[in-house]
Design a protein around this ligand. Structure first.
Ligand code: RP5
Length: 171
């Protein structure tokens, strides 16, 4: 098993069901990952240590998901030059609090922020895979399959819709 290049961090175990959406995609794309619970506020020292060591540990991308005053992605980004993808969790205020505290980074320390909740977790995983695919031809092929099967699914739905419309015309 190759060493994981994607680190998934969540601020609490309560964030894991949301992050699971991304985990499933990484599994499907055969991207090894490591999942950790690190909180910017409850375990600040361990969070910092992880961020500082992540590059030398062999990670290439970090996905960090947290809710409420979601400082996890930002604090990690401040301590590494690896790309950090922030996933705002949908805990309170429908996730708007997390979205703003993840996305509103000051100039100089970027956090690539995705959508709130499960959609964001899924897109974070895909984005991480796309970054890795820049130097992994096999992963690129798996991503191409993922994209085209997504397109086929939509076209199939449209086909069924058109069949239904023909069977039950409005007039
Ligand atoms: C944040 O506070 C976590 O990322 C989580 O989304 C939220 C609530 O945490 P718990 O109280 O459920 O542990 O730090």
């Amino acid at each position: 098993m190759p060493k994981p290049k994607v680190a998934l961090l969540v601020g609490s175990d309560s964030d894991i069901p949301t992050m699971q959406e991304g985990i499933e995609i990484l599994k499907e794309l055969q991207v090894p990952y490591e999942l950790h619970i690190y909180s910017a506020h409850r375990t600040p020292d361990q969070t910092l240590q992880f961020a500082q060591r992540a590059h030398q540990e062999g990670f290439h991308v970090i996905i960090a998901g947290a809710g409420m005053a979601a400082h996890l992605a930002g604090i990690v980004a401040a301590h590494t030059l690896l790309p950090v993808i922030g996933v705002p969790m949908e805990g309170k205020l429908q996730g708007l609090d997390s979205l703003l505290s993840t996305v509103q980074m000051p100039k100089g320390v970027p956090v690539g922020t995705v959508a709130i909740g499960k959609t964001g977790a899924a897109n974070a995983a895909l984005l991480a895979a796309q970054i890795l695919a820049l130097s992994d031809e096999e992963l690129l092929k798996r991503l191409q399959v993922y994209r085209s099967s997504m397109g086929k699914e939509v076209l199939n739905k449209d086909k069924k819709l058109q069949q239904y419309a023909r069977r039950f015309p409005k007039n």
